[in-house]
Design a protein around this ligand. Sequence first.
Ligand code: IYR
Length: 219
Amino acid sequence: MAEFHPLEFDRLPEDEMQSRARDFYQSIKNRRTVRDFSSDPIPDGVIEDCLLAAGTAPNGANLQPWHFSVVRDQGIKRKIREAAEEEEREFYGGRAPDDWLDVLGHLGTDAEKPFLETAPALIAIFQKSKTLDRRGVETKTYYPKESVGIAAGFLIASLHNAGLVTLTHTPSPMRFLNEILGRPATEKPFLLLVVGYPAAGCEVPEITKKPLAEIADFH
Ligand code: IYR
C-alpha cells in the first residue's frame, strides 16, 4: 500500500507570486544557446546539484526514466566529437531536406562541432525504456519521452540559473553515444547537452521569441 505524508507547501502572498513569476521570466529570457565555448572548468558540485534538480522532474509512475552521463575527459570528448561530426557531415551534405536547411540557415550551424571538445563538460541524456521499480523488479517505463523532456528542461533552466550556458545538440542518429559511454541498448540517447561558459567575443544570432498572444490563449 502507498504511504502518504503531509505536503510541505507555503502559500505566498499575491504580490510575491507576481514578483517571483516576473523575476523568473526576466532571468530565463536571457538564456541563449551558445555555440562558441571557453574551456574554463566548471566548479565541482555545480553540475551535480543541477542534475539533482533535473531528477526532481515529474515523470511517469515515478520510474525516473533518465540517465545522465557527464563527460569531462578530453579523450572521450574527442571521440564524441568525431562520431557526431561524421553524422553531421552526412546531414549537411545530403541527408537534410532543403526545407530543413532553409529554416536552420539563420542560426549559422554546420557540420563542424569544435565545442564538443572545447567545452568543459558534455552531458549525454538517455531515455530508459526499462528500469527497476521500487521493489527492484525490472519494468517498462511509461511516458519516457515526455518525462525525459521535462527533466532536460529542468536541467537547462538549472544550469542557466547557476551561471552556465548550454547548447542542446542532437546529432542524428546518436546511438554512438551508447557505445562510447557504455550505456545499455535499453537506453536511447535523447540529447547531448554542451555545458560551460561562452568564449570571449562569443556572438549569438539575432532571434526573437513569439509574443504571449501567439503562443497562448485564455478561455
Ligand atoms: N543536428 C544538426 C542540425 C541542427 C538542427 C536543428 I532543428 C537545430 O536547431 C540546430 C542544428 C546540428 O547540430 O548542426
